[in-house]
Design a protein around this ligand. Structure first.
Ligand SMILES: [Zn+2]
Length: 209
């Protein structure tokens, strides 16, 4: 099962990706996580990406595509994979069609209203160690691994509006791109993650196979 996760930043793609990965036994591939790791590890790629992310801009296509192509050729992707954060533009969607004969099996669109997205992102903390994401409240260490929690630079108020604008202009058109291919599963991203996942599974079984 080859899955693409679509939706605005803060829609819960990461959370649903983890649940889907467990359910289908396939890896979740987050380009965001891959890029952030490169930044933390201070690789040449990471240094290049650091400034781009800080400005809330998009990382150039050729760089992302070669990163993805290498990753999905890995042994653990033989049964499939879940792409989270890619493709991010129509151009990337078309590039993915080229490196992936037969395209993806299903594209999941988590639909969450704009106001909700702003609220979620502004109140989001990320674990420095394992990458888990939490709502802001009275915790400062990760309940899962004990790592430090911090507010990601791109979750700060000044960049949130910009990220949403970038999403609406560049990424949102992919919803119609995949809908026209008959690959789209649209699910409301409001409510409990478990309930959203159930709705997802029901809808995937209608599209897939
Ligand atoms: Zn953690």
């Amino acid at each position: 099962m080859r899955i693409v996760l679509l939706g605005p930043p803060g829609a819960g793609k990461g959370t649903q990706g983890v649940l889907l990965g467990k359910s289908y036994g396939i890896p979740q591939i987050s380009t965001g996580d891959m890029l952030r790791k490169a930044v933390t590890d201070e690789t040449p790629l990471g240094m290049q990406v650091k400034e781009i992310i800080r400005d809330g801009k998009l990382v150039p296509d050729d760089l992302i595509i070669s990163l993805i192509e290498e990753r999905i050729s890995g042994d653990d992707c033989r049964k499939g994979f879940i792409l989270d954060g890619f493709p991010r533009t129509i151009e990337q969607g078309e590039a993915l069609e080229k490196v992936l004969p037969g395209s993806v099996d299903v594209t999941i669109y988590l639909n969450v209203p704009r106001e909700e997205v702003v609220e979620r992102l502004a109140g989001r903390l990320t674990c420095r160690k394992c990458g888990a994401v939490y709502r802001k409240r009275d915790i400062s260490v990760c309940p899962v691994c004990g790592g430090d929690l911090y507010q990601r630079e791109d979750d700060q108020k000044s960049t949130i509006e910009h990220r949403i604008k970038v999403y609406e202009e560049n990424t949102a058109p992919l919803v119609e791109f995949y809908r026209s291919k008959g690959k789209l599963v649209e699910v409301g991203g409001m409510g409990e993650p478990g309930d959203i996942f159930k709705a997802l599974q029901e809808n995937i079984s209608k599209v897939g196979s």
